[in-house]
Design a protein around this ligand. Sequence first.
Ligand code: SAM
Ligand code: ZN
Length: 428
Amino acid sequence: MDNNQKIQMLLSDNKSDYFSKIWSISEPFISKQFKREQLSKLHSKASHLSDLTDVKEIIKKWTDIYIDFVKTEYQAEYQDIKAPLVDFIENKESNIKIVWGNCLDIMKGMKSESVHLMVTSPPYYNAREYSQWKDLTAYLEDMRLIIREAYRVIDNHRVFVFNVGDIFDNDNISTKSTWGKRRIPLGAYFTKIFEEEGWTFVDDFIWDKGEVQSERHKNGNKPYPFYQYPMNCYEHILIFHKHRDDLTKYPCPVCGCLKVNGNAMSEIGLRSWECKNDECFERSKANRGKRFSLKTIMTQGSQEVENEIDKSFITKWRRDIIKINPVIKINSKGENTLGHTAPFPADIPEFAIKMFSYPDEYILDPFGGSFTSIIEAKKLGRIGIGIELNKTMFREAGLKNIQKAFNNNVFFYNTVISEFDGVEEKNE
Ligand SMILES: C[S@@+](CC[C@H](N)C(=O)[O-])C[C@H]1O[C@@H](n2cnc3c(N)ncnc32)[C@H](O)[C@@H]1O
Ligand SMILES: [Zn+2]
């Protein structure tokens, strides 16, 4: 008997509706997890499912209602959201959202676990004149606070794609003179900070930039030992996962019930569950119940054709050394065509978005720059939020990039300034 037949049988056998069955089996198992008022709130949100007859539809809708309920309750624990900012982000009228301000302050005003993917390239310490720190320690401390806040804001079991280069500079810690210049392994430092702030390091793609234009790191013309250093032609594309240890029980994806027991973790910090409902439609040969986690509910529940990733794209990103030409900023007349001195190639956000998100989800780039990430997000049917500190420098270029990306066609974007005194501008 396949699952569908079992379901049909269950329905013909059963006098009560399937949602009521889920509820009666589950209630004893979630009554410890929720307060009485919460439990009745949850029940009233889902009770209309009793009118439905399609078991699969009931399980799907119940799971969505349940997960959404758990998330809303969790989000309510954080008290410092800025309502106008949240309204701005949640407003469905636009799917390109630009916020001018310091990403640390802006993220502090956002709901917990409210974005589905982050992709960015931070300022590389003092590599650019427009953002400077007194020394490397001060820079890394600033970055740590941002990484900490990003952890709160990103949804659980989601991914941060972080592009950074190991620049050649003075850390200004022991000396400010030229002999203090050295290769600074920002990729390594960031990895350590991310892990200390709760993220799991997963991968480091080496972006091979090919032949580089600059001769900056070449050390003189002396063909002798100790005089030669390689030209820098790579950057890191670091992949981090968030796995906040969440003890909440989640519904079995097969039967929808919450009669589940804790199972071994399936990844560091990722709690998984085993269905203990004897009437579940699926049991293993060894008579074990379905094993699952919040992550597998997300990933296995979204394997529809429209979410399939192109084979050629998977092949392109198959190896962890990947050649991408850097963005050429200077045209033949020596003019900076993008109005931004450190744009990253669209391949990076394209990779992040296609590999780690679904349509209609929120993609956040906290160091928006010329807004490459959020343009890519919109192109791929997601909602892009870009935060950028330097309004004077990036306003015109950023908006022009967006216009250009969509051929000046009808599109929606709006911007909000950091004081959250409302939407500054809207184009339709
Ligand atoms: C390396 S660039 C990002 C490049 C971007 N990925 C692009 O393709 O345009 C870093 C950007 O972060 C901005 N920035 C620096 N500190 C910031 C902060 N605290 N909040 C928001 N943006 C910041 C800088 O002004 C700069 O535009
Ligand atoms: Zn089950």
